[in-house]
Ligand binder design. Structure first.
Ligand code: NDP
Length: 254
């Protein structure tokens, strides 16, 4: 039956930045599809709170504290996840950060921080978990890119973020090509504006550009992006790799 191909029963999924915003919705979506979910982030209390909600709803989940910019902490988390939930089948590289500021005002440290979390974080996660997936000859990675990889957001400037997300899209394609023979699929989602702490979509100063410029005339909820992540994580997308799935209410048609 067609819906069986979306079923993730028994698969182990890791969601970086899974304790709030988009990552939290992805963790729930994967869990509702049957996966055992590892919620990974830097803030232990936030990870625990997110897991408590999932467990309350019958999802098998566990919290792991790690920083995606610190490969050793990711290796330690990977060992702990494997010991607690089992070998990892699915990695969602979701952790990310953004700074809204004109280019001349962005410090070198701020630029480095955005690239470090958004690009090196995806690299670290992919390498740490990808190596284990390669040994098992199967695995799925979903990177969280952005429409900012292909448009320049306005009225606020965010040069480092835009460059970082373009790198995420190209890294997705590079790893997809290299790892397809190893049984690992690598795809990305590219969301438009989604109501989270990172994107203050209800601020009046952004409405003209973020909302009115979108054909659907609204922002998304994290729950509207989650089904696409479940799709890319599941056998329903078995013949997809190296793709970037845009989910933006039509924003990038113009
Ligand atoms: P939030 O700021 O709400 O959440 C970010 C999450 O990432 C938190 O869980 C945070 O947890 C975690 N995180 C940040 N830095 C690190 C780190 N170094 N190591 C581990 N975890 C980290 O953001 P969103 O939910 O809005 O964004 C999630 C992803 O979606 C990002 O990649 C973002 O770029 C992307 N995106 C968002 C859009 C939007 O409109 N909101 C649109 C397009 C893409 P903790 O602080 O505990 O580590």
């Amino acid at each position: 039956m067609i819906l069986d191909s979306f079923d993730l029963t028994g698969r182990v999924a890791v969601v970086t930045g899974g304790n709030q915003g988009l990552g939290r919705a992805f963790a729930r979506g994967l869990g509702e599809a049957g996966a055992l979910v590892a919620v990974l982030g830097r803030t232990a209390a936030h990870n625990e709170a997110a897991v408590a909600e999932l467990v309350q709803d019958g999802i098998r989940a566990a919290a792991f504290t790690a920083d995606v910019t610190d490969k050793a902490s990711l290796e330690a988390a990977a060992d702990a996840i494997e010991a607690t939930l089992g070998p990892v089948d699915i990695l969602i590289n979701n952790a990310g950060t953004c700074i809204h500021r004109p280019a001349f005002e962005v410090t070198d440290d701020e630029f480095a921080e955005v690239m470090n979390v958004n690009v090196t974080g995806v690299w670290n996660g992919s390498q740490v978990f990808g190596r284990r997936m390669a040994a098992a000859e199967r695995g799925v990675i979903v990177n969280v890119g952005s429409i900012s990889a292909q448009i320049v957001n306005r009225p606020q400037w965010q040069p480092a973020y835009n460059a970082s997300k373009a790198a995420v899209h190209q890294l997705t394609k590079s790893l997809a090509a290299e790892w397809a023979p190893l049984g690992i699929r690598v795809n990305a989602v590219a969301p438009g504006y989604v109501r989270t702490e990172m994107a203050p979509v209800d601020k009046p100063e952004f409405r003209r550009f973020w909302i009115e410029d979108a054909p659907q005339q609204r922002a998304a909820t994290p729950e509207e992006i989650a089904p696409s992540v479940v799709f890319l994580a599941s056998d329903a997308s078995a013949f997809m790799t190296g793709s970037v799935l845009v989910i933006d209410g039509g924003y990038t048609v113009y």
